[in-house]
Design a protein around this ligand. Structure first.
Ligand SMILES: NC(=O)c1ccc[n+]([C@@H]2O[C@H](COP(=O)([O-])OP(=O)(O)OC[C@H]3O[C@@H](n4cnc5c(N)ncnc54)[C@H](O)[C@@H]3O)[C@@H](O)[C@H]2O)c1
Length: 511
């Protein structure tokens, strides 16, 4: 794991904490002590005097929760009684989970709703995105917002999101979020870049066979009443060579599937990767293009992959070969693809992604007003076009819901930012302190400037730091520390001192 490389940041056990008795307490007792409404500033709750005889249950249980609050934020969260048994399943959630409010837009998958409601959070769901004013109104109140691709979380919206600690993008891309603004305000953004790899790989297999059998054209003809039974230039795929460009999550899945269909697989990637099965890496793109009967692109959109397939590359392909693009629209120089198909160099192509794609579904959304070559493309035989559906399956949506839902839960409950796209990735194991109630986990997001660790460790100095890990990314850094031998007064002092540091972005304490 990444943090292991920074073991110098880790301070090992100094002494064992003393035994403490666990006391059961109700939600009300607990909520007095923790500022559950604002987990970003959890510690201000310690300003409320507490009974000295009470021992802080260092965690909230999950197992004792009844059915979760759902649907609406109206009404008070249900009261929950902590039990000793439940406290033993220690999770770092000192706030009442029922006070965590989550807004899910754009019909986020039920798997995510189940995970988040299962934690006891209040979850409000909407089938579509909201207009900006409505979004601002709702986002003010929540700790987490979940979106897909249509909701724009720009700085104007995020400025109003004073309670927000995390954003879940239940999709691949995160362009719809102002990532920098979010990071600078201590808001971690999570997405799910690889949950749909299998779906894309399966579509490519489908397209390889469809192109080989000219199935797209036969289908169009049949819809027009034309019977055109032909076998000329229709092929089996067995024994043919598939060239995969980009052997990452999708490329490697495709490799396995293609080989099981009897294809020979070669691949080109900018990094050396061990091939699966009998797939072989080739050293250059040109070599792959010269050997492959089918070329399938699976590279990310980067400056170096713009027009990766242009005139020289099409010229370098085998006569009568096929090109498949489920990666990104700008990876192909489409006018050159049109020329290659018209000249007969290519026997067919499948294109799922385009340089400019419509913002919404609907007739006449895809036309030459978006890409000037569209009409020409439409006239080409054996060209399969699809509306960016490579990863669009029920299974992928379900997997995305699970991945992002779980990442959000871990961030809320434990502070783990693993998988965040705009945030340093930090994680520490959650130690079972079921019988040790003098621990606090400090989650401190700060500006990445010299001297912070020194100042922070001065604040921690008189306590037993069990574990500590810090990671930076760009202008911000994230420090996580587990501290033992602290009582309520210590926790209050720690929080206040951290809050007063000039480089602080946000402080959260879990205990
Ligand atoms: N059509 C869809 O619905 C859909 C769905 C998911 C992903 N995608 C797209 O598929 C592409 C691949 O996704 P992935 O999850 O496999 O990504 P990945 O990051 O797992 O793999 C990409 C691979 O490409 C390699 N690479 C980078 N630059 C290269 C270059 N210039 N030449 C050769 N190889 C290069 C990388 O080393 C890596 O191995 C991405 O563009 C992604 O956006 C499309």
């Amino acid at each position: 794991m990444k943090w292991m490389r920074h073991s110098s940041d880790k301070i090992s056990n100094l002494k064992r904490p003393t035994d403490k008795t666990v006391h059961c307490r109700t939600y009300e007792q607990t909520s007095r002590r923790y500022i559950a409404n604002n987990p970003r500033h959890t510690m201000s709750a310690v300003n409320i005097p507490v009974n000295e005889n009470e021992v802080s249950v260092s965690s909230s249980p999950i197992t004792s929760y009844g059915s979760p609050v759902s649907g609406s934020f109206q009404g008070k969260p249900r009261q929950r009684r902590y039990s000793y048994t439940a406290a033993r399943t220690n999770k770092l959630k000192p706030f009442s989970t029922g006070d965590i409010k989550i807004l899910l837009l754009e019909n986020v998958n039920q798997t995510a709703i189940d995970i988040l409601e299962g934690q006891g959070y209040q979850v409000e769901t909407h089938k579509s995105s909201l207009d900006e004013e409505e979004l601002i109104e709702k986002i003010r109140d929540v700790q987490v917002v979940g979106i897909r691709s249509k909701t724009k979380l720009n700085s104007r919206v995020l400025k109003e999101a004073k309670n927000l600690i995390a954003i879940g993008c239940f999709c691949i891309g995160t362009n719809q979020v102002d990532l920098e603004y979010a990071a600078n305000n201590g808001i971690a953004v999570f997405n799910s870049p690889f949950s749909n790899s299998r779906s894309v790989a399966e579509l490519v297999i489908c397209e390889i066979i469809m192109l080989s059998r000219q199935l797209g054209d036969r289908n169009i003809e049949m819809h027009a009443g034309t019977w055109n039974k032909v076998s000329a230039k229709c092929w089996e795929i067995r024994g043919k060579t598939l060239g995969i460009v980009g052997y990452g999550h999708i490329g490697s899945q495709l490799s396995v599937l293609a080989e099981s269909m009897g294809m020979n697989v070669i691949y080109y990637d900018v990094i050396m990767i061990m091939g699966l099965g009998t797939a072989k890496q080739v050293p250059t793109l040109a070599e792959l293009l010269a050997q492959a009967d089918y070329v399938s692109l699976h590279v990310p959109e980067l400056p170096e992959t713009m027009n990766l397939m242009s005139k020289a590359q099409f010229d370098g392909m085998k006569n009568g070969s096929y090109l498949i693009n489920n990666a990104r629209g700008k990876v192909i120089d489409i006018p050159e693809l049109i020329s290659a198909m018209k000249s007969g160099k290519l026997a067919g192509a499948a294109v799922d992604v385009f340089p400019k794609e419509p913002a919404k579904n609907g007739s006449n959304e895809f036309g030459s007003h978006l890409n000037e070559w569209t009409n020409e493309l439409l006239t080409l035989p054996n060209l399969i076009m699809s509306p960016h559906i490579g990863g669009s399956t029920e299974e992928a949506q379900s997997a995305i819901g699970i991945e992002v839902g779980t990442a959000l839960t871990k961030y809320i409950n434990e502070g783990s930012s693993v998988g965040a796209v705009n945030f340093p990735e930090v994680n520490l194991n959650v130690v079972n302190h079921a019988e040790e109630h003098d621990h606090v986990r400090i989650l401190y997001v700060h500006k990445n400037v010299p001297g912070v660790l020194l100042s922070v460790n001065e604040i921690f100095a008189s306590h037993n730091i069990e574990k500590q890990y810090s990671e930076s990314r760009g202008d911000i850094a994230y420090l996580m520390a587990d501290i033992a031998d602290v009582d309520q007064a210590d926790i209050k002092t720690l929080y206040e001192k951290l809050e007063q540091t000039p480089f602080k972005i946000s402080t959260r304490l879990l205990y």
